[in-house]
Design a protein around this ligand. Sequence first.
Ligand code: AP5
Ligand code: MG
Length: 209
Amino acid sequence: MKLVLIGAPAAGKGTQAARLVEHYGIAHISTGDMLREEVAKGTELGNQAKSIMAAGGLVSDELIIAIVQERIKKDDCAKGFILDGFPRTVVQAEKLEDMVKLDHVVYISAPDEVMLERLTARESCPKCGATYNKLFLPAKVAGVCDKCGEALTQRKDDTVEAGKARIATFHEQSEPLVDFYKKKGILFEVDGTQAIDEITKAIIAGLDK
Ligand code: AP5
Ligand code: MG
C-alpha cells in the first residue's frame, strides 16, 4: 500500500503513521524526521534546512523531491510506505505522480487552535523518535521516554511563534493538495479532533473499505 498523510502541523500525522506502519507492515517516511536527522548531524543539507525549519517555512521542492526519490527506492519500501509530510506543495505532488501510483491520501483535519495547543505541548524522544504530549499523551515518568528511557526534548519549531508560522505555511502552500487529490478521487478525510485511537480506527476502516 502506498499512502500519503496530509495534515497541518500537529494534526497527528506522525502519531497515526507510527500505528499504521505497525498495522500494515509498511515503511514510514517522514520528511520532517529525515531533515531533523540531517540538522542533528550537521550535514550541508541540514545546515541549509535548519533556519528554514526553525522559521516555519518549507525547504525547496528540488531538495526534498531528491530526498524522497532516493528514499522510496530502499528495500523496506518494497511492500509499500506511508509518506508523512510529503508532498507539501502542488509541485511536489505532481513530481510524486511521476514516481509512484498512490493508493490513498488521508487528510487529517483539525482547527488551527487545536493544532497550536498540541504542538506547544509536544515532547519527542531524540533516540527512538516516540512522541508524547504533556496535555494529551504524557510519558509515564515526566520527561522520560516510556520506550527507551531517554530524556525527552522539545522540537525547536514547537514554539507559539514558529507554530503559527507553520500553520500559515500549511494553509498557503499545502492545503491546495486537498483539492488536488479530491479531484483524483483518492482523498479520504478524517476528523483529527477525535481521540488518537478513534482516528486510527477511522483511517483503517476507510483504507480497508
Ligand atoms: P514535520 O516534522 O513534518 O512537521 P509538521 O508538518 O509541522 O508536522 P508535525 O510533525 O509537527 O505534526 P504531526 O502531524 O506529525 O503531529 P504529531 O503526530 O507529532 O516537518 C518539519 C519541517 O520540515 C517543516 O516545517 C518544513 O520546514 C520541513 N519539511 C518537512 N517536509 C517537507 C516538505 N515535504 N517540503 C518542504 N519542507 C518540508 O502530533 C502532534 C502532537 O499532538 C504530539 O504531541 C501528539 O502526541 C499529539 N497528538 C496527536 N494526535 C492527537 C490527538 N488525536 N489528540 C490529542 N493529541 C494528539
Ligand atoms: Mg510529524
